[in-house]
Ligand binder design. Structure first.
Ligand code: PEP
Ligand code: MG
Length: 325
């Protein structure tokens, strides 16, 4: 039985008053079934590349990586495909790479930190990404950025890798947009400076919540502390949005909040116009947005920013959702 929301999958993402909202998909392993959903989204807002590394007994080579990225870029044609460089470490350990034993893996050698330490590993991925970029609309996104030096170091590595590709006579995307995930509070708080160094940002609310609350997103003993409705999280998102939009640069949200209508309503109210989510959530989100006016969303966001506790935010939003039906 088709769900009621399936009928909305093929419409364009718009609020009730006609504001365009880009609806993008989060992607992990690019199998044919998920790629066949390309027509219902405006692009890939988050392509998690870890699938190439996880559960493998050897590291993927450049060719294997290139073919995987190329397949997605070709499928999406002119629509943007945001390839996030590997987010390994934290809870994601590899059989094919020995990582240090850490007391606090989520605060350890994760994602961009690992890539800046193991430059050869990173270069192989960047070569594959840049080469695949000739087949579509590539955007490169860096996970777990916590300071500006990391962005600057990556830019330097990128230009070295490009020079190397050019020297080898390889075709590659010369100038893909470069963006960062905003998922560590330190970079969120200097989003104005980060915006000067990058073309776009995407807010990873799963980790931003974890690091803002100092509550492990996987530890059941602290679920009560992992407060997705905490007013601090909304205030920080508002600040990041302002910083990027002031400089004419786009901000999306790609954490799981983006696919949940109750949160999405607040994000729209805060001025976010790009949401990247699980593809199964797309129909319901488009249906929901078609009922929500930007005026109502702004009212929700204004109120949320003044409420004192996660509980009061949750109760308020639940009550408002009932009004929307
Ligand atoms: C996030 O942290 O919100 C995010 C989208 O990245 P991941 O869930 O892959 O850590
Ligand atoms: Mg994350």
């Amino acid at each position: 039985r088709r769900r009621e929301s399936d009928a909305f999958e093929h419409i364009t993402g718009r609020t009730a008053d006609g504001e365009r909202v880009d609806i993008l998909m989060n992607l992990a392993a690019p199998d044919d079934e998920i790629l066949s959903r390309e027509p219902i989204v405006d692009g890939v807002g988050l392509f998690r590349t870890e699938f190439l590394y996880l559960g493998k007994n050897k590291l993927p080579d450049e060719r294997e990586s290139y073919l995987a990225y190329q397949k997605v870029l070709k499928t999406f044609g002119h629509k943007p495909v945001t390839i996030r460089t590997m987010d390994i470490g934290g809870d994601k350990c590899l059989d094919c790479l020995s990582l240090p034993q850490e007391t606090n893996p989520f605060l350890g050698l994760r994602a961009i930190r690992l890539c800046l330490k193991d430059r050869d590993l990173f270069r192989v991925q960047l070569r594959a990404v840049l080469r695949a970029g000739t087949d579509g609309n590539l955007q490169i996104m860096l996970p777990m950025i916590s300071n500006l030096e990391e962005i600057i170091q990556v830019k330097k590595i990128l230009s070295e890798v490009k020079a190397e590709l050019a020297e080898g006579g390889e075709a590659f995307a010369a100038n893909p947009q470069l963006g960062i995930m905003i998922e560590v509070p330190s970079i969120a708080l200097i989003a104005d400076l980060a915006a000067e160094e990058t073309d776009f940002a995407s807010i990873g609310t799963n980790d931003l919540c974890q690091y803002l609350m100092a509550a492990d997103r996987l530890n059941p003993d602290v679920v009560e502390c992992y407060q997705s409705f905490h007013p601090a999280l909304f205030r920080l998102i508002a600040q990041v949005k302002e910083a990027y939009h002031l400089r004419g640069k786009p901000v999306s949200v790609c954490g799981s909040m983006a696919g949940n209508p109750m949160f999405a309503a607040v994000l729209i109210g805060l001025g976010i116009r790009k949401l990247s989510m699980d593809v199964t959530e797309v129909g319901e989100m488009k249906r929901f947005l078609s009922l929500l006016t930007t005026e109502h969303a702004q009212k929700l966001a204004d109120r949320v920013l003044t409420l004192p506790t996660a509980q009061s935010v949750e109760e308020y939003l639940q009550e408002q959702m009932e009004l929307l039906g």
